[in-house]
Design a protein around this ligand. Sequence first.
Ligand code: CTP
Ligand code: MG
Length: 591
Amino acid sequence: MFELKWLWQNLKGDRARYILALSLSVVGSSLTIVNPYIGQRIVDTFIAGDNAMQNLTDERGLLIMLCLGMIGFSLLRTGLAYLTTMQYERSSQNMLYRIRIYLYNKIQGQDMQYYDHNRTGDLMTKMTGDLDMVRHSMAWIIKMIIESLTIFIAAVIYFFTIDAELTLWLLILSPPIFIVAYIFAKRVRPMYIDLRERLSQLNTTTQENIAGNRVIKAFAREEYEIEKFADKNINYSKANKKAALVWLDYFPFLESFAQGFNVILMLAGGLFVMNGRITFGEYAAFSSLIWAVSNPMRNIGIIINDIQRFFASLSKIVDIYYAKPYIVNEHNPVEKRRFEGRIEFDHVSFKYDNGKVLDDISFKIESGETIAIMGSTGSGKTSLINLIPRFYDVSEGRVLVDGIDVRKLELDELRGNIGIATQDVLLFSDTIDGNIAFGDPDLPEEDTIEYARLAAAHDFIIKMPEGYDTIVGERGVGLSGGQKQRIALARALAVHRPILILDDTTSAVDLETEEHIQKSLRELDYPCTKIIIAQRVSTTAEADRILILDNGRLIEEGTHAELLAKRGYYYDVFMLQNEGIGRKVTTHGKE
Ligand code: CTP
Ligand code: MG
């Protein structure tokens, strides 16, 4: 019921419209009994009554009125149905629109940890299929329930006014129907929750296969992936069938009960007419409205199925709605300062769910310094720099920027002071120009070109079909790994931030290009503290200081010369890269 309350809250702005829709549903379906009532009058007065022939000649006017009344009410009901549907559609679409914006913002506002734990395919299912299911339920299923219920109640009341005993005879069938329906609902509920989960798995597989298509092709794993997909597809299809077929177990009972209404009416009603307890017209009214009582019973299965789907989807959406990121922007209006770019790690430890990756790390970087970080793969370099813009929070210790704990800074302000080129380069489906100016859409064209030059990207960009207007990314021209890295570097430089973090940004470019980039970095036209993760000694050699990470610990720190003199890890790497193949490296430089 909490979920319904949630829906009600989100109807804000359209509540009046939705209530109007519900009321129109009630009014419109109550009118269903008018025509059978008129029919009853016609039968009793003009067809089967004692003075039928007499009345037919004397009261022709009444007959015409009654017939016109029937037509009029039919038209009125059609008009009302039109209006009602419009109100349901409008209010539910408006609600959907608002929830979608809210959810989208919510997902955008989540921290990295959330993305570590939530599959893209699942989030996509929630944003599309689940949301649509909820809207469909608000507009159609609730409408169907309300209308069936109203017609049922109106018919029963009308029946009571005609003959209470006959009505009770008919209603004798209701309790067993409700019991069967209840058992069915209980059995089918977990199936729909399961079904929803399988749909999400199917979507996740589809999304991963499309995104990872190149890898799949590279490893010639198409067949395996197709099988994997087929597996999920079969799973989903099976679950769907299973849920749908459960209904068949109960269907014969419900259908028989529904048919039972007609039988009882014929037997008991027939007897009552013969005994003169009810008139022919009244029998006709019962007969023409008996569907209003039996149909809801017949549809109860479909309604229950839909309600279960509705709740399965609704609870998934509510999950996103109330998911709270650990790392949040308070959005306190602060005057955005430009930092000096001092960074300090003070006894920092950090762990993901499955274990420690950084262990008691302390170092300081002064404003304007260039620091290189080196270390074997998986040693924690990316994890370390992720703590500076607060993509994650430390487990122990503090990370300080300009002497302030990053957890005390506004995220906007903090991140607004950091330019970063991440290790996994992602370019948007946009022009090259748009990608470089991503962080600053007002960047003048000559600046875009200037930063592309600094990142050694200008030369290859102008050779592209439409130069800076060439669309790249998923639906555009393909770029090489090194080209992507250089555009990402230009994008990071173009925001002019006092802290610049480059995570393995030159790993895919040749040595000559790398040298050009290094020169650019040295000559940047704005003051900037640089943290450069790199594997090549040629990159690290010119840094003011080099930090060596090993297995989450800071094992060496110093200038190129100091570290060489130390003959540790750095020295080994240096020797390996300079003397080339043939030299065996041990952990501490001893052969
Ligand atoms: N890790 C994790 N969860 C993540 C990211 C990383 O558990 N979301 C773990 C990895 O398994 C790894 C360790 O954290 O053992 C350090 O990862 P990372 O900081 O990415 O290592 P790097 O030094 O950046 O490695 P590389 O040179 O390969 O980029
Ligand atoms: Mg890394």
